[in-house]
Design a protein. Structure first.
Lengths: 213, 213
């Protein structure tokens, strides 16, 4: 799968780091679904701490939660214990985690009296929910939907960079810029996926008509 | 399709009212996709007017936008001009309309300094995005996903009743209660759909194992 603006080397590096952890959990008999739920709990905790204006602690928790999110798939592959329900649950809880990131930005916009951050948070939340919706809808039509500039890894990486820059520099504008970037690139990705589905359906209907001649 | 808490008679009545409009548009040669986009534009306008604390004008625009939303499907059936892309576009823009309803509640919570309405608006937005996501994901696995207490018609009816009660009584608490109801019943519906998918996959895997014996 393409990771968009996240370099493949970074994604491979994260997977390499997680491999021993996955094998350790496999030996302990931990099920992938437990790791999925634990990753969500850590991410929800991180979003809450971030919303309480503690970007360093919140950012580190979000980083751990995000790595945990990659761990369930690795564990499922390592142990051969992956199920279709496990993959479905993982996808669904990813949407809850994405929503928590948007909600933290909305809440910070509210308490800082910053309507731009609040509206950017709403836009980021909505775009982050539409990107996977359009993909799932495309797949329910038998089409590929995982295309576009900013898939989940890219959106989360941008968001985390903003949080950690805020933590390091003390300047919350780094976070605002990151949330705006997630909103803009997420919206672009929705448009890219809709255009992709439109083209795929038109091409399929042409093939169909040619076949009928 | 089940309409949950919306009585079937009310849904049939709305369709009956729209039938002459659909036939008029069909004679004018208007395409269903144009009606889909126009319905979204009216709904976005209604959400914006509502967010500007004008519940009567906002509520009436939202009512027109929602009826317009039922019109595209009727027009497609009346003219036989429905396409798979039209259905996909309609579903995707429904998600944008749902998000606008949640966003209006969040914004009103912000400007009224009412954190309960703001958080209920976030929860309603997230639940309203998860309900159709879980369905699309279930359908991409070849399962039915359109189950549960509060499908879209029910959530929009609750929300509109809250807006119109606010307009008539002047008491914004009617709207707050409606948004909380959408958040709670929407979350319940997500859980119902996840449980439904879990059972359907377990039952499918049992049949599969029995077949292998």
């Amino acid at each position: 799968m393409s990771h968009g603006v996240v370099p493949a080397a970074a994604a491979d590096g994260a997977r390499g780091l997680l491999a021993p952890v996955a094998h350790g959990l496999a030996r302990l008999g931990v099920s992938p679904n437990v790791v999925t739920v634990a990753g969500l709990v850590v991410t929800l905790g991180g979003a809450t701490v971030l919303a309480a204006e503690r970007p360093l602690a919140g950012g580190l928790l979000l980083l751990v939660g995000t790595l945990g999110d990659a761990l369930d798939g690795q564990l499922a592959r390592a142990t051969g214990s992956g199920t279709r329900f496990g993959a479905f649950l993982d996808s669904t809880l990813d949407r809850v985690a994405d929503a928590a990131l948007g909600a933290a930005a909305i809440w910070l916009g509210h308490v800082h009296g910053d309507p731009v951050l609040l509206l950017a948070g709403i836009a980021a939340l909505v775009a982050s929910s539409l990107v996977p919706y359009v993909r799932a809808k495309a797949e329910s039509l038998g089409l590929a939907g995982a295309v576009g500039t900013a898939p989940r890894e890219a959106r989360i990486a941008l968001y985390l960079i903003g949080v950690l820059l805020w933590a390091v520099t003390g300047d919350a504008r780094a976070f605002l810029v990151a949330v705006i970037a997630v909103a803009v690139l997420g919206t672009l990705t929705v448009v890219e996926r809709v255009v992709h589905v439109s083209r795929a359906l038109r091409s399929a209907s042409q093939h169909h008509n040619e076949g009928n001649r």
